[in-house]
Design a protein around this ligand. Structure first.
Ligand SMILES: [Zn+2]
Length: 255
């Protein structure tokens, strides 16, 4: 008798489990938001390296969801680092803070659209060199995810379109706010400016310190890396190139 009851119970429970499994199967399986975004980027044939912007594939709502997903994954990193985040008042919210910092601040150039830049006709037909700098550079190295901090200088010989000078700072900040290697970052900033205003001449110089060399590794505090991009009239005319470097030297480049 007892045996038969238990068999009935077992049968019932396995039947219930079967039903539950069926219900679960019929529910639409929700992929993680990162997977949904990744699929969209791949379908569009766009690259998504660390220094690529994928902002045009992410809605504002999805960005919030993405932060939550990153927070959960970062929490598991802290767990693997054997840090008692449940009781340590300093690290309790660190996963959340870091997720927000990545998406909205230090890597915002991947997840947030480019700041709005209005261009104007070059009414005075200015065709002399103008330079800007130093512009603060804050980025992170793709290899170690630690900061790159430095300065940049821009030289422009305008064509028929110009933009407000503060826009250059915003463009540099947006492009640099991604994990980078400095050489590629310089090219990306130059490309972005070139696409916007198609200048007759464009020069861009970055001088920066890499925390992966100062904080870890060789621990060399003084080394700085310098990259320069010269295009158009700056490349073709050695006197213009010299004038650019003379001008930025007067604005702190050589310090
Ligand atoms: Zn590095």
């Amino acid at each position: 008798m007892t045996i038969s009851i238990s068999r009935t119970l077992n049968n019932n429970s396995s039947e219930n489990e079967f039903k539950a499994a069926k219900v679960l199967e019929s529910l639409p399986t929700r992929k993680p938001i990162s997977q949904i975004i990744r699929d969209r980027v791949i379908a569009a044939g766009d690259p998504f390296f660390a220094n690529d912007s994928i902002a045009h594939h992410i809605s504002e709502l999805e960005r919030e969801e993405l932060k939550k997903e990153i927070e959960v994954k970062l929490q598991s990193v802290f767990d693997s680092l054997v840090i008692d985040t449940a009781n340590d008042h300093n690290t309790q919210e660190t996963a959340k803070r870091v997720a927000k910092m990545y998406v909205d601040e230090v890597f915002k150039g991947r997840y947030h659209p480019m700041p709005k830049v209005t261009d104007f006709p070059n009414a005075k037909e200015l065709d002399e060199i103008y330079t800007l700098g130093p512009i603060s550079v804050r980025s992170a190295c793709s290899h170690h995810f630690v900061p790159i901090v430095g300065q940049a200088w821009i030289g422009i010989v305008p064509s028929d379109r110009v933009i407000g000078i503060s826009k250059f700072n915003r463009i540099v900040d947006w492009v640099m706010s991604r994990p980078h290697i400095q050489e590629e970052a310089a090219i990306m900033v130059a490309d972005t400016i070139e696409n916007l205003i198609k200048p007759k001449g464009l020069a861009f110089v970055i001088k920066a310190q890499h925390m992966c060399m100062t904080w870890r590794g060789v621990k060399e505090p003084e080394t700085k890396m310098v990259n320069s991009i010269v295009r158009g009239s700056f490349r073709n005319d050695p006197y213009m190139k010299k004038e650019f470097f003379d001008l930025i030297r007067a604005h702190g480049f050589g310090d």
